[in-house]
Write a protein that binds this ligand. Structure first.
Ligand SMILES: *Cc1c(COP(=O)(O)O)cnc(C)c1O
Length: 392
């Protein structure tokens, strides 16, 4: 049976062109980029060329890009690095209630270390209101962190307006742009952010590589101390193959993302339309327009996402229920609760996230099997029979 992969927000397959350059570096260019012989200098050049490509993808300067081990490290570095650097100026941080756990759990840790964190609410679409941010800023506020696009529901936040509010009060602004970079145009200069996180495996690059954009002049402490790599902000011998692969993935995204969006959005839209037509009592989550073109998050009432996921897996259809990180716990997604859904509805969530290798057949396959799966589960669920979906 062919796999139907609809979980691109969790991770993407690596583009074969990325695999090719990575393989070359793993096989032949194993030299340490800090060494002084000519082959090592070629490796150094390749790392710097990758930095230029990543910079170009977000309209930054190459010296504003620090390579990390991924989106989580970039988020940790931005929050902990700035918090520690500015702790004598203030101890207050503001974020949103729908951030990825890489931001939320870092904030929880900083609270234990004596910082104070405000978690901004969102509206029913998942939008953060710039006026709410303005009200939350205090003289002690040192950093605001709001994600650019939400990984679960796809809502795209008004980052430029939010960054302006922060700057009006002399506060630094970080955005977790992991779900945006490589999918939609991201211009760090135009957005006016001070720090921006990205991750290669969300745009057809390798897992375990990411970057933090640090606007020229912004200061923070490193998390990893050691050698003087990455301007002494991130010690350790560079993940050369990963970095070169990330550069290639950035170059491909730059050239092809507009075309991909045009191909992917109609597939997502058709699945949304057909689910609404063929399955009664469904809620579509996220903003109707300000939403990633590849993301469809639905709540199917009276049943649990996990049950659907297991049955879809029997047809080799890969989707998520809530977010990958929360799907092992019994608590429903914090994002769905934050947009105001009651527990029992939030439990019935399914996230379909599309990417460049999806086809019309993938949508057909889901439409072929999902309505039956839903009917079967509703027939045996106590809530389902209460609402007229039972067998009797
Ligand atoms: C995937 C993701 C991360 C974590 O990135 P990793 O590279 O997997 O560490 C952080 N934030 C968001 C919004 C994500 O989707």
């Amino acid at each position: 049976m062919r796999e139907v992969y609809l979980d691109y927000n969790a991770t993407t397959p690596v583009d074969p062109r990325v695999v090719d350059v990575m393989t070359t570096f793993l096989k032949y260019y194993y030299h340490n980029p800090s060494s002084l012989y000519s082959r090592a200098k070629e490796v150094r050049k390749a790392v710097e060329s990758a930095r230029e490509k990543v910079a170009k993808l977000i309209n930054a300067r190459p010296d504003e890009i620090i390579f990390t081990s991924g989106g989580s490290e970039s988020d940790n570095m931005a929050l902990k690095g700035v918090a520690l650097y500015l702790k004598d100026r203030g101890n207050h941080i503001i974020t949103s209630s729908i951030e990825h756990h890489a931001v939320l759990h870092t904030c929880k840790f900083l609270e234990k270390m004596g910082f104070e964190v405000t978690y901004l609410p969102v509206d029913r679409y998942g939008l953060v209101d710039p006026d709410e941010l303005k009200k939350a800023i205090k003289p002690e506020t040192i950093l605001v962190s709001v994600m650019m696009a939400n990984n679960e529901i796809g809502t795209i936040e008004p980052i430029k307006e939010l960054a302006e509010v922060a700057h009006d009060h002399g506060v630094l602004f970080h955005t977790d742009a992991v779900q945006a970079v490589g999918k939609i145009p991201v211009d760090a200069k135009e957005l006016g952010v001070d720090l921006l996180s990205l991750s290669a495996h969300k745009f057809y690059g390798p897992k375990g590589v990411g970057a933090l954009y640090i606007k020229k002049g912004v200061r923070l402490y490193p998390l990893i101390h050691g050698g003087s790599q990455e301007k002494k902000l991130r010690a350790g011998t560079e993940n050369v193959a990963g970095i070169v692969g990330t550069g290639k993935a950035a170059e491909i995204a730059m050239a092809e993302m507009g075309h991909e969006a045009q191909k992917i959005k109609p597939l997502r839209d058709r699945l949304e339309k057909e689910i609404k037509e063929k399955i009664p009592e469904v809620i579509v989550n996220g903003h109707p327009e300000k939403r990633l073109f590849n993301t469809l998050n639905v709540c199917i009432k009276y049943i649990e996402g996990e049950g659907m996921l297991t049955l879809l897996d029997m047809y080799r259809i890969c989707v998520s229920s809530g977010s990958a990180c929360s799907s092992s716990s019994l608590e429903p997604s914090h994002v769905l609760l934050a947009i105001g859904l009651p527990h029992e509805i939030a439990h019935g969530s399914l996230r379909f996230s599309f990417g460049k290798y999806n086809t019309e057949e993938d949508v057909n396959k889901v439409i072929e099997v999902l309505p039956d799966i839903v009917s079967k589960l509703r027939a045996v669920s106590p809530y389902g029979s209460e609402h007229g979906f039972g067998d009797s």
